[in-house]
Design a protein around this ligand. Sequence first.
Ligand SMILES: [Zn+2]
Length: 163
Amino acid sequence: MAPNFRNSKIYRLVSDFTNLIYIGSTVQELRKRYFNHRAHFKKWIRGHYDYCSAYQIVMFSDFRIELVEAYPCMSLHELHTREQYWKDRTHHCCNKNDAILTENGILRRKNHRRMFQRNQYHEKKNHFCDICGVYINSQPSRITRHEITDTHQANLRIMNQII
Ligand SMILES: [Zn+2]
């Protein structure tokens, strides 16, 4: 099922046993995201899942998930840009340097409102990739060419962190 980025939110994981804070983003309910973090941690312990810096907090039995802000937006890229904004402003953030992937591999910060207006303008003639947050010429061959790029593929792989 395609994620609805209008349900986007930024959250943090905290525990009384550590002053580390994990900043994350999701389109899910926080309660669901909480159980996913816990399930992934248990799988990782048994060697069946990838490491995530959140485990430094999830390992404590009292860990909690808290809403930082609701952030309705249009793409994974926009959501990750906002996530990075909060990481940069959070003391003891345990996942501070996670990069944002963009079409040219450069970390970019964009004005949310301006981006939103520009989106509405471009939407009419172009195909919008809501995974990467970019517009592509709507010719099918151009869309296909975009979907096989490393950036799009890498962004697809991190999708499972937010849905
Ligand atoms: Zn894409």
